[in-house]
Design a binder for this molecule. Structure first.
Ligand code: HAM
Length: 442
């Protein structure tokens, strides 16, 4: 027996169907917003994340799965997908085409060496989008609204959208200066991490989770008092546009986000499940003005993106019963009377499958009784039986397991017959003129 690696989990059977359903919902909405899929490698050069997510972030300092490959290259399992997506946009020279914005969506696993807890894994899945190449507060609104509408589509109510503006370069440089002065006098009583953060990027101190340090952070000057005119104007337009869309939000000036590439608008969406559990942010993102340049692209190309944690969404949807009942039934169970008819059974099964009927074929020598038992267990609608008579007559016996009606029909009309049966409405009146059920129409 092998145990799971700490912080990983199997997503199997109906749980995997739920993940697929969540991902498909996000993908469909992203496609409706005209985003295109990007599939980038899970492994990237470590330097990509050092440069983008940033040397001062917890992710790069403590959480990356980094190793030397056999060619002595430093490789990292991606902790997020923004860096790889922007890298691929730069490497593939998509910026040179001049078709802006470039709109990318992605789905896939990420890896962070974090302390596993509720809603926090070492391997987890993200869906996300990046919108790159135009500079407009309405691009940020579009990104937020895509995440917001997708969650609504999945059945979420009472979403809590938290937004903040962390300013452009000018605002942040002024603010950092003020913060440095403020924290300098408190540094002695703060944790070792904060002492490092002070040297690397003083803004990161605002993220500190140590209780005593948080008290000091609470009294720190606020970025909102140091925003440039340009940042303030754009943030106001962003908020006004959210108001117009009737998307509710709260402004939280302690929201700074743990990745270094952000500037101006940042946001997170939170939700507390009916069980009172909060799994952390369901999704998070923001605007970035230097990331493209850091990764080797031209100056002045801005972007905005958001990523959702699929694990957290599945956990909340399970708690709040937001998943519809999954249909585990099948259409047909094909039963050969004995091994002589196995080949016929396989042929019929193949034809049913290729015609879109969900079908199992009995592949063992089983008694008639055992096969029926299996058909019931599989929740099959029809038992499709083939034996000597049927082969001689070029026919097949179909038993409808819901009505117990059994009929022998010509092999060539099998799929038409099943289609007709599946469209019947029992005893209910049917007023659908396109319906093939001939029983209930006048
Ligand atoms: P992030 O806040 O690090 O942002 O992660 C985004 C989402 O991924 C989180 O809100 C959470 O739902 C999920 N997540 C993060 N870590 C874990 C974990 N250990 N276990 C389970 N779920 C987790 C980013 O990754 C940015 N790249 C988002 C972005 C896109 N910003 C701009 N574009």
């Amino acid at each position: 027996m092998f145990n799971l690696v700490k912080g990983t989990h199997d997503v199997i059977l109906s749980e995997a169907d739920k993940y697929t359903f969540i991902e498909q919902t996000f993908v469909e909405i992203a496609q409706a917003f005209n985003y295109k899929e990007f599939r980038t490698p899970i492994i990237e050069a470590s330097e990509l994340f050092q440069r983008s997510v940033g040397e001062s972030s917890d992710i790069v300092r403590k959480e990356m799965y980094t190793f030397l490959d056999k060619g002595d290259r430093s490789i990292t399992l991606r902790p997020e997908l923004t860096a790889g997506t922007v890298r691929s946009i730069v490497n593939n020279k998509l910026l040179a085409l001049g078709d802006f914005p470039i709109k990318a969506y992605y789905v896939g696993p990420c890896f962070r060496y974090e302390r596993p807890q509720q809603g926090r894994y070492r391997q987890f899945n993200q869906f996300g989008i990046e919108c790159i190449g135009i500079n407009s507060p309405y691009r940020d609104v579009e990104v937020v609204s895509l995440a917001y509408y997708s969650l609504k589509m999945l059945g979420f109510k009472d979403l809590k959208l938290i937004v903040n503006c962390i300013g452009d370069d000018e605002s942040r440089n002024n603010y950092k200066e003020v913060l440095r002065k403020y924290f300098e006098s408190h540094l002695d009583e703060m944790c070792e991490d904060c002492k490092d953060r002070f040297k690397l990027n003083v803004l990161r101190i605002l993220d500190c989770k140590v209780e005593h340090d948080q008290e000091i952070v609470k009294q720190a000057p606020k970025i909102s008092d140091y925003l440039s005119e340009n940042s303030k104007n754009n943030f106001n337009k962003f908020l006004k546009s959210l108001d117009d869309l009737e998307i509710e939000y709260e402004i939280d000036d302690s929201l700074v986000r743990g990745l270094d590439y952000y500037s101006d608008v940042v946001f997170e969406i939170h939700y507390t499940s009916s069980k009172g559990l909060n799994y952390g942010a369901l999704c998070a993102g923001g605007h970035y003005n230097k990331l493209v340049q850091e990764i080797g692209g031209p100056n002045g190309v801005e972007g905005c993106g958001v990523a959702v944690g699929i694990e957290r969404i599945a956990a909340v949807m399970n708690d709040d019963n937001l998943f519809e009942e999954l249909d585990e039934s099948i259409d047909c169970y094909v039963m050969p009377m004995n091994e002589t008819y196995q080949k016929n059974a396989i042929d019929i099964g193949t034809s049913l499958r290729l015609n879109g009927f969900k079908t199992e074929v009995c592949l063992e020598n089983k008694s008639f009784k055992a096969m029926f038992k299996k058909a019931i267990k599989l929740n099959a609608r029809f038992a499709v039986i083939i034996g000597e008579n049927e082969v001689n007559n070029n026919s097949i016996v179909v038993k409808d397991l819901t009505t117990e009606i059994q009929e022998e029909i010509a092999l060539e009309s099998l799929t038409g017959y099943l289609d007709m049966k599946m469209n019947e409405h029992g005893d209910e009146e049917c007023d659908d003129p396109s319906c093939s059920c001939h029983h209930h129409h006048e």
